[in-house]
Design a protein around this ligand. Structure first.
Ligand code: UDX
Ligand code: ADP
Length: 463
């Protein structure tokens, strides 16, 4: 059993995962390090940098007991038996693989630091999603630094989804651990496994070779995203044919071979993983000389972009192609409910397109801060832009608006007083429900012109 665990990277993955590992293993000292002082300060406060239901309670139980957050990166690495690497691996924005390959700069930096400061053998765990064969790259870097210690690389991808991180961590479908098939590799896998065995039944801990584990993570995300793009492609057809995408989703989901999850049609998928991981897969396929496979997966991202553009086109069409100077309320900016994360949120491209059309946006999200929204829209948070007003209340947001676009499925949006909202809006009052969250019958009865994803409204559908 390891005594000391270090996690490099106090982000959306590292923070919650380590909090749960610490909670379940009170005898193991778990220290999360980050170079970002603000983040570490946040983790040591009551206002955590990551919003996740139930996370604060877990952190409070373990923090100061066996869970620590610090910027002392090197000292923590030096004393740890196991080091989880949970830093960001964004899509490369330059050079070879620009726009698709993963940028492993941060992972490489970690490897060099580990090799430099290690005073004993270490188990290094890839927690960040990385391309297949990153372990090979890590081994080379560690070796190049000339350390006299042994480093075992283990892949342990994280499958938690944001917004349900604590539930997912407490009750994972599986924990995947990949390692070298040598005796040292197997011992390293067993050591990492022991941390999870504190609460995960052994039959849900799956061990594989390193490369299968790395590729499984990319494949899982690609399959999940593919399901959303598939149902979204059908939503376009539904809007033309008066079929209802929710009914279609329910009908096919009852086939046990298909299954009912991840068939919710929407304005598009977002989040830090899906697009990045598919592009990564595309890059790998191209790299290994498999252009047909690359094209197959690239389509999943293209369909997602099409869905986001299509949503804006539908707004434009319903509003007679002019939103210039008109007020539009935006309900939700996060990429899904119960998170403050906006990475790759469909709201970003929808809002940018609407701003190009010179609309005035009045944005309300219960968790996302104004500065974040401004940065995402390419605006300076210190300069007020009259075209982008951030509201703290949904009722205030809709005052004198011509339309509402629901872009995140926050529960509270379903529970608002829509009669009051209708009265506050200009007429005709449009609602574009990008999440099929609202009750069509009730809204239509009030007088709204409602446009749901994958449901035809013959007056406005794009023909
Ligand atoms: C995803 C994977 O689910 C998780 O296993 C992996 O570790 C990280 O990537 P996450 O991005 O946090 O998790 O959220 P997820 O619930 O998968 O949703 C991703 C996006 O798809 C969101 O924008 C969500 O709104 C959208 N979505 C999801 C749909 O549009 N329809 C659905 O049916 C499901
Ligand atoms: P994820 O969603 O994968 O958790 P985040 O971007 O939320 O990604 O978190 C990654 C964290 O890793 C950031 O807080 C960043 O500051 C941190 N980080 C990146 N490189 C290093 C490094 N070399 N040492 C310590 N922390 C790092």
């Amino acid at each position: 059993m390891p005594k000391k665990v270090c996690c490099i990277g106090a982000g959306y993955v590292g923070g919650p995962t380590m909090a749960v590992i610490a909670q379940k293993n009170p005898d193991v000292k778990v220290t999360v390090v980050d170079i970002n002082e603000d983040r570490i300060q946040g983790w040591n406060s009551e206002e955590l940098p990551v919003f996740e239901p139930g996370l604060l309670e877990v952190v409070k139980e373990a923090r100061g007991r066996n869970l620590f957050f610090t910027t002392a990166v090197e000292a923590t690495i030096a004393e740890a038996d196991i080091i989880f690497v949970s830093v960001n691996t964004p899509t490369k924005e330059f050079g070879v693989g620009k726009g698709s390959a993963a940028n492993l700069m941060y992972v490489e930096k970690c490897a060099r630091t580990i090799a430099r400061v290690a005073q004993s053998n270490k188990i290094i765990v890839e927690k960040s999603t990385v391309p297949v064969r990153t372990a090979e790259f890590l081994k080379q870097i560690l070796h190049a630094e000339g350390s006299k210690h042994q480093f075992e690389i283990v892949s342990n991808p994280e499958f938690l989804a944001e917004g349900t991180a604590i539930v997912d961590l407490n009750n994972p479908d599986r924990v995947l651990i990949g390692g070298d098939q040598t005796s040292e590799g197997k011992a390293a896998v067993a050591s990492v496994s022991s941390l999870y065995e504190a609460w995960v039944p052994k039959d849900r801990i799956l061990t594989t070779n390193l490369w299968s584990s790395e590729l499984s993570k990319l494949t899982a995300n690609a399959f999940l995203a593919q399901r959303i793009s598939s149902i979204n492609s059908i939503s376009a057809l539904c809007e033309r044919t008066d079929a209802d995408v929710e009914e279609v989703g329910r009908a096919i989901g009852m086939d046990s071979r298909i299954g009912s999850k991840f068939l919710r049609s929407s304005v598009g998928f977002g989040g830090s993983c899906f697009q990045k991981d598919i592009l990564n897969l595309v890059y790998l396929c191209d790299f290994f000389g498999l252009p047909e496979v690359a094209d197959y997966w690239r389509k999943v991202v293209e369909m997602n972009n099409y869905q986001k553009r299509r949503f804006v086109r539908r707004i434009m069409s319903a509003m007679f192609n002019t939103v210039s100077g008109r007020n539009l309320a935006i309900f939700g900016f996060a990429f899904k409910k119960d998170t403050n994360d906006t990475r790759e949120s469909p709201a970003i491209s929808v809002c940018r397109d609407l701003l190009d059309e010179q609309a005035v946006l009045r944005i309300y999200d219960p968790r996302v801060k104004k500065a974040q929204i401004y940065r995402d829209l390419g605006l300076d948070p210190s300069i007020e832009d009259p075209r982008v007003q951030i509201m703290s209340d949904p009722y205030q947001a809709v005052q004198a608006c011509d339309a509402i676009a629901v872009l995140t499925e926050w529960d509270e949006f379903a529970e608002l007083d829509y009669e009051r909202i209708f009265d506050a809006m200009r007429k005709p009052a449009h609602i574009f429900d990008g999440r099929n969250l609202l009750k069509p019958k009730k809204l239509k009865k009030i007088g709204f012109s409602l446009h749901s994803i994958g449901k035809g409204d013959s007056a406005t559908s794009l023909r």
